[in-house]
Design a protein around this ligand. Structure first.
Ligand code: FAD
Length: 476
């Protein structure tokens, strides 16, 4: 990387900040601007990026101008809505910030929503719930709807209604030639196929139309058990989830709670085994499903309850504020005793020192698996469980330790993994290095062909590696 202080304010071909500012309504920020440091920050505090130039886009037209300027100035383009999922830091590139483009329009009659590039799921949820509808958001309302969707998008309604990509009607997208166009089942169908799972490597999405579902309440929450009971709890979960209807999307969790007063006393400073989930059918049926657990051993805490769907974020309780988390994961083939033991050995602080804060195994299948795997770029539809772990890594040393731990963990689990990864759950350089593993061989080849067609100069090089000759690693 270049020394940032040497990065010029005049770019290739004499392009300048002032020239771009004259062409866009949004703010253009160069190095040395007092707002530069605030704007280059990402929600994920492990990201420390130094763009050559930042554009705070106000419209699709601004994004198109920014992309055209990047061509003229020979700059790569990075996009950021929230900074929850930065793949490659925007060093020396033109960073398009979409966070001012928050428009959400709900059409209750057609049960659809138009979602602009910078809208977070929380806003879509709020407006959709006001008319009795729900989007296919993930665990946190603070995540950007489009970044999440471009990677697939697996939330608490996934087994019933599928991935977020399965409910996209169309994308409006700026391609590397700086043109604004539509990708849908009718127009540019190849690009539509690639954007559904292929990340932000093919263009900048300025908005999308998605389908919504009539969900206003759910029965969900967490059961918390002492870690010593984890083998019995997780073996019981295996039985429960194997017979679960699609209305139930659930997970097992291992959490190492810090000794902070913020956490309830029985959890504080302890490793805890959790059963987590959301049932989106009739409330009485959801409550009846919990009898399986309530007739068994009494947990430390049982907060499963009937809740309005607007409270779906209370299932995972993800941190709302920026944090230095590093996430990794894989698709898991089974929940055998050996798998469960390995998960415990590598993630519970009760089994020795671990840099991990949390591990979650989400039940996939259901509607996710009923879609033809070749219908979109997202290919790993038949894997039964997604596995994700997260650690807090505020320093480069902590990040290195976490990455080493992740590599050892994956090695120990190797025979129980499908070999594929869910790129939304990989962080930063790991997502770039393992982009190929996010797809089937055919899908990856097809994405490379699309990349050559729509972005031959690899202008959008800050998302997954799709360019020929760039994917670094095969399945680990
Ligand atoms: C707390 C937390 C909870 C999460 N929960 C879930 C979950 O339940 N399910 C799940 O599937 N994932 C989940 N994720 C992962 C999340 O979906 C990804 O990190 C996603 O990329 C975040 O999108 P963003 O726009 O908020 O982040 P950003 O960092 O702003 O964007 C991420 C990447 O998406 C691309 N991108 C964003 N906007 C555009 C655009 N308009 N056009 C083109 N490319 C774009 C860019 O490549 C960018 O680098 C979670 C992440 C966090 C941190």
């Amino acid at each position: 990387m270049k020394n940032v202080l040497e990065t010029p304010l005049t770019y290739a071909n004499g392009a300048t900040v002032a020239q771009l500012q004259a062409r866009v309504a949004g703010q253009v920020i160069g190095l040395g601007d007092p707002h530069y440091d605030d704007l280059r920050a990402a929600w994920n505090l492990t990201v420390n990026q130094h763009p050559a130039l930042i554009v705070v886009a106000e419209s699709a037209a601004d994004i198109a101008e920014a992309v055209r300027f990047a061509r003229e100035a020979d700059l790569k383009v990075a996009v950021q809505a929230t900074g929850h999922g930065v793949v490659r830091p925007a060093n020396d590139s033109l960073l398009i910030i979409t966070s001012n483009m928050t428009e959400v329009r709900i059409d209750a009659e057609s049960r659809t929503a138009w979602v602009s590039a910078g809208a977070k799921w929380g806003k879509v949820l709020e407006q959709a719930q006001a008319v009795g509808l729900a989007p296919l958001l993930g665990s946190s309302s603070g995540v950007g709807a489009i970044g999440y969707t471009l990677g697939g998008g697996m939330g608490w309604l996934a087994r019933k209604y599928g991935l977020s990509i399965d409910s996209v009607n169309c994308f409006e997208v700026v391609t590397a030639d700086g043109q604004i166009g539509t990708a849908s089942e009718q127009q540019r169908t190849d690009l539509f196929w690639g954007l559904r799972g292929g990340g932000g490597s093919l263009g900048v999405v300025t908005g999308m139309e998605i389908r919504l579902y009539p969900v206003t309440e759910f029965y969900g929450g967490n059961l918390y058990y002492p870690i010593e009971q984890a083998p019995a709890v997780f073996a019981r979960y295996r039985e429960w989830s194997a017979n679960a209807p699609d209305e139930l999307t659930s997970a097992i969790v291992i959490m190492n709670y810090p000794p902070l007063p913020f956490f309830p006393e029985p959890l504080r400073g302890k490793s805890i085994a959790q059963i987590r989930g959301a049932y989106c059918g009739p409330i009485e049926q959801g409550e009846a499903m919990l009898k399986f657990w309530r007739d068994w051993q009494t947990p430390l805490i049982d907060d499963f309850a009937a809740r309005p769907f607007s409270d779906i974020g209370k299932v995972s309780k993800d941190p709302p504020n920026p944090s230095p988390g590093l996430s990794s994961g894989a698709w898991l083939n089974d929940l055998s005793d050996e798998t469960l033991t390995t998960l415990l050995n590598y993630s519970s602080a009760a089994h020795g020192l671990t840099p991990l804060t949390a591990l979650e195994v989400r039940h996939a299948g259901g509607a996710i698996a009923r879609v033809d795997p070749s219908a979109s770029a997202f290919s790993h539809r038949t894997a039964p469980h997604s596995l994700q772990w997260v650690g807090m890594a505020p320093t480069p040393e902590a990040q290195a330790a976490l990455r080493q731990h992740s590599a050892r963990f994956k090695q120990a689990l190797r025979s129980h993994l499908t070999g594929g990864v869910y790129l939304n759950f990989l962080e930063g350089e790991e997502a770039a290095a393992h982009s190929r593993d996010g797809f089937s061989t055919d899908a990856y080849r097809r994405l490379q062909t699309l990349k050559a067609l729509y972005d031959p100069d690899n202008r959008f090089s800050h998302s997954y590696d799709l360019a020929f000759g760039q994917a670094a690693t095969a399945a680990a």
